[in-house]
Design a protein around this ligand. Structure first.
Ligand SMILES: [Zn+2]
Length: 474
């Protein structure tokens, strides 16, 4: 954020406004703006939670339980986590498409880019793996990893250099014979151009942050951003989650429920339960929308996602670029055994390129770079494999402990006294409480996630289908 140069940059956007209703009909945008809009889908929910709390023109924004989940992790004692680095990993989750996002004119993901280290002994002893992420201290061969290297960008954003049309609810369409200004006006029922006004706005990086905020909570982000200067909150009702259950996850959780209104005060479970809730922070937004397809009530994000799915592949810089947006995966550092969204491949092949002299000398003189792409210079090339130093691990928090999650997903370690505090805080008489053990599978996880994005009662709403009988029993 300290980069003043990039803050001065602006992206120009042309708006067509209906003067009578004071609403944006559509915007005409170039590649850079569309690239930035696309990048929203790659952001992990933890990054989104952090960005939403940042100051901007419209101010901090809260969605569902996302902020309480994030803040809860920030407040958790480091000693609960399996490794010292995990808390920071969850609060600054890596974007699995950071290689694409780092090439954008406006990248609002302020997570520190991954740096790689190369083993200098690779030339002499030819270690099997010689490229590591910078938090690894030494190579498998024992040599310290002191030589840092940044991968050379092999792409330039997501979409090709063409003109796009973006509707008020951020449906993106390439300008083509099928999508014309006249056709759009006809669709909107506009009879005369006299009711229209053209505007050109210069979008700053701060406004891009506002655009993200508005996209997540409003059905008319462009109008809210450029005309009203504040988002219109749209509260949507909860629908049941239509994700299919798969058999590999079954976790027993004890719920403490208030009988009078069916509210879940808190849930107790083992480390697997805590891990499943914590991993929400690592999920890319597009991955969540794709999983909750047709059922995701986050502002206009689902419309953006669906329009990207519909855009022909020829408008993207590559097949892979489109795939990164419609099927974004969880970054490889979060590859844990009960992950419920697909994770990035654990090993990455890189090519190491050097110029001039031989490989050994180029390493010593720092005259080399690494890239995923096969560059034209085939001669001066070595293949390297990025060693995944974050192997599949069991999860994030320590085992053999009981964890408790409140209805708004604040997670902490449970003790008999802390549980009583939670009951106390809710002001519920003990006679009005009931315990119930439920089994949570993948379906329930997504149901809790969906409820967490749309309400502050993730457990009560997300597990409603398991709670109906509680009310009958009382
Ligand atoms: Zn080595």
């Amino acid at each position: 954020m300290a980069d003043n140069k990039s803050e001065e940059q602006v992206m120009s956007l042309k708006l067509l406004v209906n003067k009578e209703t004071n609403k944006v009909l559509f915007a005409e945008a170039e590649k850079h703006f569309v690239d930035t809009l696309c990048s929203f889908l790659t952001l992990p929910l933890g990054t989104i939670a952090r960005l939403l709390q940042k100051e901007s023109i419209i101010g901090p924004v809260t969605i569902g339980c996302l902020n309480s989940l994030y803040q809860g992790v920030a407040n958790l004692n480091n000693s609960y986590f399996l490794y010292e680095t995990i808390k920071e990993m969850l609060l600054q989750p890596k974007n699995s498409s950071e290689d694409y996002c780092n090439t954008l004119k406006f990248n609002i993901d302020d997570t520190e880019p991954t740096k790689y280290c190369i083993c200098t002994e690779f030339v002499h002893i030819g270690c099997e793996f010689s490229l590591y992420t910078s938090n690894t201290k030494s190579c498998n061969c024992g040599s310290p990893l002191t030589l840092q290297v940044l991968p050379k960008p092999y792409c330039d954003g997501f979409v090709t250099n063409t003109t796009f049309v973006i509707t008020d609810n951020i449906v993106v369409m390439p300008h083509s014979m099928h999508v014309t200004g006249y056709g759009l006006l006809k669709n909107y029922g506009i009879k005369s151009t006299s009711s229209l006004k053209q505007m050109t706005v210069n979008v700053t990086k701060e406004q891009v942050l506002d655009l993200l905020k508005c996209s997540l909570i409003s059905k008319s982000p462009l109008t809210d951003m450029f005309l009203r200067k504040k988002p219109t909150l749209e509260r949507s009702c909860i629908f049941s989650c239509n994700v299919q259950n798969s058999s590999n996850i079954e976790i027993n959780v004890k719920l403490v429920i208030r009988k009078s209104d069916g509210k879940v005060l808190y849930a107790q479970g083992d480390e697997y339960f805590a891990n499943l809730l914590l991993c929400f922070l690592t999920f890319p937004l597009g991955g969540v929308v794709s999983k909750l397809r047709g059922d995701c009530s986050l502002g206009s994000i689902e419309r953006l996602y669906n329009s990207i799915v519909d855009i022909d592949e020829t408008y993207f810089v590559s097949t892979e670029a489109k795939k990164r947006l419609v099927d974004p995966v969880v970054a490889r550092q979060f590859n844990f055994s009960k992950q419920i969204l697909p994770t990035q491949k654990s090993y990455v092949d890189y090519y190491c390129y050097y110029h001039g002299e031989n490989f050994e000398q180029s390493i010593t003189h720092n005259k080399f770079f690494i890239s995923h792409e096969v560059w034209s210079n085939k001669r001066n090339r070595r293949e390297l494999v990025l060693r995944n130093n974050s192997k599949t691990h069991k999860g994030y928090v320590k085992g053999l402990k009981i964890y408790v999650a409140t209805d708004d997903l604040i997670i902490s370690q449970s003790s008999p006294i802390t549980s009583l505090n939670l009951i106390d805080c809710s002001g519920t008489p003990l006679g009005d409480l009931k315990e119930k053990v439920v089994t949570i599978g993948v379906k329930e996880c997504f149901s809790i996630l969906k409820a967490a994005l749309t309400s502050t009662s993730a457990l009560t709403n997300g597990l409603a289908h398991l709670l109906t009988e509680v009310k009958e029993e009382k």
